[in-house]
Write a protein that binds this ligand. Structure first.
Ligand SMILES: O=C(O)C(=O)C[C@H](O)[C@H](O)COP(=O)(O)O
Length: 204
């Protein structure tokens, strides 16, 4: 897989309560032009959702988000996750992410956290929580001292704020939940998800 940051302008972050929605949801995102999908491990249905997308939607590249422990990593890899995303990074977590053998985006929100990861050679990071931690001006400021570190800002980003991040040289893509509103998922409104995805796919 080429760099996760270069596959797509937007990584949909999805919270799946009912594993039966996973496949139609993934198909709608792929149809809209967003084939890289992060399923958060925030719900009991998450692992089953990852497994179903991996098995039934080959056009999608499904990964696991909310990775906090090495147990999360092994469960996600066993389910079929092809990449891993964490909201923050501890030393033991980055060691386990390294050992997973699949691409990962470790979370960082400060200059020191980004420097600690860059020291290890990890230079593609999730910037989380993007809007709360300083938004576009903060990510822009990081590009001066850390020009070789690139980010996937995530957290509070919406359709009308994504482009500001994507215009920065140190941003490869952004992530967010705005493409998969909970009410659209509950209603099975896949047409709405596909439309939101296609608008996001056109951002860059
Ligand atoms: O669950 C995770 O792994 C997280 O780190 C947090 C999510 O990436 C953000 O919460 C995205 O959600 P929005 O802010 O609604 O776009």
């Amino acid at each position: 897989m080429s760099s996760l940051l270069d596959l797509t302008p937007v990584i949909p972050v999805v919270v799946i309560d009912d594993a039966d929605t996973a496949v139609p949801l993934a198909r709608a995102l792929v149809a809209g032009g967003l084939p890289v999908i992060e399923v958060t491990l925030r719900t009991p249905a998450a692992r089953e959702a990852i497994a179903r997308i991996a098995a039934e939607v080959p056009e999608a590249t499904v990964g696991a988000g909310t990775i906090r422990t090495s147990a999360d990593i092994s469960a996600s890899v066993a389910a079929g996750a092809r990449f891993l995303v964490s909201p923050g990074t501890t030393l033991s977590l980055v060691e386990a992410l390294d050992a997973s053998g699949i691409p990962y985006l470790p979370g960082a929100a400060t200059v020191s956290e980004a420097m600690a990861l860059a020291e290890r050679g990890v230079k593609e990071l999730k910037f989380f929580p993007a809007e709360a931690a300083g938004g576009v001006p903060y990510v822009k400021a990081l590009s001066g001292p850390l020009p070789d570190v690139r980010f996937c800002p995530t957290g509070g980003i919406r359709a009308d704020t994504a482009a500001g991040y994507l215009a920065l040289p140190n941003v490869g893509c952004v992530g967010g939940t705005w493409l998969t509103p909970a009410d659209a998922l509950a209603a099975g409104d896949w047409g709405r998800v596909e439309k939101l995805a296609s608008e996001a796919a056109a951002l860059r």
